[in-house]
Design a protein around this ligand. Structure first.
Ligand code: GLP
Length: 241
């Protein structure tokens, strides 16, 4: 893992955007793995700025999002499809048909998980997967558990995850109880991973991710097994060997 620490979030966002943009510049038909949550928003804003300066095109890029709430109408402003449209896709020249987000409203979510995995494997490996992290160490919506799933699957959100995400909704009751998430297999199959961790309150979980034992109780700790992970953070955490 390569750890880059920043004092300034603007600089972090710029570096994050440049890493993703460098993939697209060297491979115009790159496959990018996208994340939601507040963490990547600044990076997406920097990408949009670069696009608006005419310095990059996404016409041939394909994206796969990590996850989606189950049962939330896709038009709801907090669906991850809406999030991606409003923070990134609506502002760049990517083709909508090349942007994939799991369908959290599919009648059969197990089947939808299978369909999503097939699509990912058909298109090829994700060139760079951007990841945030939950306070409990979840990545995507792979919550701490006795065992983790390899494939895209339905999850029951932990109370702490619903609590953390209630800031985006009017009340906790509106936060969905379930979601569909890429499994650890698809995440760890990406050729490279960009883990972005912001905020002092995530320092402890970042330390456990980088330096703790690899455990299903901290899903992000499995990133220790991946050969190409870049971590961008403003937390005061060091990588100990
Ligand atoms: C959400 C998403 C994750 C995200 C995490 C942290 O629940 N499913 O992909 O990384 O929570 O979100 P935030 O960046 O808002 O702290």
């Amino acid at each position: 893992m390569i750890l880059h620490k920043f004092k300034d979030q603007n600089e972090l966002n710029r570096v994050g955007a440049d890493l993703l943009l460098s993939i697209v510049r060297t491979k115009p038909n790159a496959i990018l793995g996208m994340a939601t949550g507040s963490t990547p928003v600044g990076i997406y804003q920097e990408i949009v700025k670069t696009y608006q300066q005419g310095l990059v095109s996404f016409k041939e890029v394909t994206t796969f999002n990590l996850d989606e709430y189950a049962g939330l109408p896709v038009t709801h402003p907090e669906s991850y499809r809406s999030f991606m449209n409003s923070h990134l896709f609506n502002h760049i020249d990517i083709r909508t048909e090349n942007t994939y987000v799991p369908n959290g409203n599919a009648e059969d979510l197990d089947e939808e998980g299978r369909r999503y995995d097939e699509l990912i494997y058909q298109k090829g490996l994700v060139d760079m997967q951007i990841l945030g992290i939950g306070h409990n160490g979840h990545i995507g919506f792979n919550e701490p558990d006795e065992a983790l799933s390899r494939f895209t699957h339905k999850v029951t959100l932990k109370p702490e995850t619903r609590e953390a995400n209630k800031r985006f909704f009017n009340s906790i009751d509106e936060v969905p109880t379930h979601a569909l998430t890429m499994g650890m297999g698809s995440i760890l199959h990406a050729k490279s991973i960009l883990l972005v961790v912001k905020g002092a309150e995530k320092a402890e979980i970042l330390d456990r991710t980088l330096n703790g034992p690899i455990t299903t109780q901290v899903p992000a700790s499995f990133l220790q097994t991946h050969p190409r992970v870049i971590v961008l953070t403003d937390c005061d955490v060091d990588y100990k060997r």
